[in-house]
Design a protein around this ligand. Structure first.
Ligand code: PRP
Ligand code: URA
Length: 212
């Protein structure tokens, strides 16, 4: 694992490198794209969950009692609609008892500012680890706004999991929210003048749902 910005961790893993290449390839169709997104989300979930705390709990094996462990905090996954939905199944496979909320945000293609259209999370998230899921961290506008909403609803322990991050987005997000941790599968070069990540993978929502 290698860290390039404070609070940004690039998950450096051979299988992630292989799968990010599949996602980047413009010839990759929806089915293969979703499967690669799912596998990367599995690995991100494993790496992010290294930071979870556990407490001891007694467990009866068929032979005797011994010490087991349980997670101390509830985990809440919050995908940003639409593209974040593609990461949910991969995270749930690793953290099956996680709860899930949803935030609907759409980037206005002209102003590049996020516009909210849906919000629903479990009622009390103050003591939970809240993991925001969105494959793309471009200008950082959407994820910064999503984190702002989550904080107004009480979230205090926030992690952002993305696939592809642009340096501009990481800088904005950590400037707006220096208390969060970001995990990414790829750190790309820069944004183009339409706010797309270079080299990137195009529009993650369209590629996940076949709406190109
Ligand atoms: C994409 C992506 C992020 C956002 C990133 O969503 O999934 O939410 O753009 O860009 P930003 O960092 O500049 O805000 P989009 O607005 O295209 O919506 P969609 O997922 O419904 O396609
Ligand atoms: N949103 C995407 O889906 N892709 C980008 O490159 C930037 C924002």
């Amino acid at each position: 694992m290698e860290t390039t910005f404070d609070n940004f961790t690039l998950i450096d893993h051979p299988l992630i490198k292989r799968d990010v290449t599949i996602l980047r390839n413009q010839s990759t169709g929806t089915e293969i794209f979703r499967a690669a997104l799912h596998r990367i989300s599995n690995i991100l979930a494993v790496e992010i969950s290294r930071g979870f705390n556990v407490s001891e709990t007694a467990v009866e094996t068929p032979l005797e009692q011994t010490t087991g462990y349980k997670l101390v905090q509830e985990i809440v996954l919050v995908p940003v609609l639409r593209a974040g939905l593609g990461m949910v199944s991969g995270f749930l496979e690793i953290i099956p008892d996680a709860k899930a909320g949803h935030i609907g945000l759409q980037r206005d293609e002209v102003t590049l500012k996020p516009v909210e259209y849906y919000y629903k999370t479990p009622r009390n998230i103050a003591n939970s680890i809240v993991i925001l899921l969105d494959p793309m961290l471009a200008t950082g506008g959407s994820s910064s706004e999503a984190i702002r909403y989550l904080k107004t609803r009480g979230a205090r322990n926030l992690v952002f999991a993305c696939l592809v991050a642009a340096p501009e987005g990481i800088e904005k997000l950590l400037k707006d929210h220096p208390d969060i941790k970001i995990f990414g599968a790829a750190l790309d070069r820069k944004l183009n003048n339409k706010g797309y990540i270079l080299p990137g993978l195009g529009d993650a929502g369209d590629r996940t749902f076949g709406t190109l």
